[in-house]
Design a protein around this ligand. Structure first.
Ligand SMILES: C[S@@+](CC[C@H](N)C(=O)[O-])C[C@H]1O[C@@H](n2cnc3c(N)ncnc32)[C@H](O)[C@@H]1O
Length: 265
């Protein structure tokens, strides 16, 4: 077993900039909306598995002089730069939480990918200051009935087959838990956190928008796996066209983002 073998994607892949920019475009405003009520001036914050999100840079502005933000990733090349932001190459599945304690810890679309997610969550809770806040956000991936509209019945069926193949052959096969998101709230309660607050963001993704740009990323990174079952290379090219051509008519219910905030006593 090698390190990092439970993450389905790779920030060194040529498609990674598109993936991480799409995630930031989809989710950064949602996350910032969840955290904006916190008074973070002078605080220490930790972002886990930051990818290319602008959230750590936003936190670095919020903490102001006297505060600091640490942002980790197994492949940290896309973490933004800021004078109050330190990027760390770090594996949260195997390494101790770096430089605790923290007033805020945030992890988005990371724990769902890591089989040790419950143990990691407990370690993150332990790394909080008294009164410190943990925010965990992950997608619940439910491929059934996700296609809202498509130009033809054939296109609807093709896209549904693709979505099931991604869920099964890319994500679940790599250890991603597609339903973990619905268990974040009780897992945070079990970790001893209080004042739990869960919100669910339900987006709709239109052809050509950042949510459906992730289809090209999946096909670029995992074409081989996607063609082991019912899909051919020609199918994948058509699926990519349906997803990225703004005129294709494809409309999909995006993944549900479960966002839970809890506080340590
Ligand atoms: C799906 S991306 C999400 C990126 C960012 N959090 C966002 O929501 O836009 C998952 C990120 O977690 C990182 N990652 C995966 N396994 C990790 C681990 N064991 N420790 C730290 N980071 C990890 C990946 O390299 C990637 O940047």
């Amino acid at each position: 077993m090698t390190r990092h073998d439970h993450y389905a994607y790779d920030n060194d892949h040529p498609a990674a900039p598109n993936q991480l920019a799409s995630l930031a475009a989809l989710l950064d405003d949602v996350t910032i909306g969840r955290l904006a009520h916190l008074d973070l001036r002078g605080r220490r914050c930790l972002e886990i598995g930051a990818g290319g999100s602008a959230v750590p840079a936003w936190l670095a502005e919020e903490v102001g002089p006297g505060g600091h933000v640490f942002a980790t990733d197994i492949r940290p090349a896309f973490i933004p730069r800021h004078p109050r932001l330190t990027a760390l190459a770090h594996d949260i599945a195997t390494d101790p939480v770096p430089k605790p304690p923290y007033d805020l810890i945030h992890a988005r679309l990371v724990l769902m990918h890591l089989p040790q997610r419950e143990r990691i969550l407990a370690r993150l809770a332990d790394a909080l200051t008294p009164g410190g806040v943990l925010c965990v956000e992950d997608w619940a991936i439910q491929p059934d009935t996700a296609v809202i509209d498509a130009p033809t019945t054939g296109a609807r069926t093709l896209f549904a087959v693709y979505q099931h193949a991604v869920a099964r052959d890319i994500l679940a096969a790599a250890g991603t838990d597609l339903t973990w998101a619905v268990r974040i709230h009780p897992a945070m309660r079990a970790a001893g956190l209080r004042d739990l607050d869960t919100a669910i963001h339900t987006p709709v993704w239109y052809a050509g928008s950042p949510g459906l740009a992730l289809v090209s990323v999946n096909i670029a990174q995992h074409r081989d796996r996607l063609t082991t079952g019912a899909l051919t290379d020609t199918d994948l090219d058509e699926i990519a066209r349906l997803a990225t051509d703004p005129a294709s008519g494809l409309v999909v219910r995006g993944h549900l983002l479960y966002s839970t905030i809890g506080r340590r006593d």
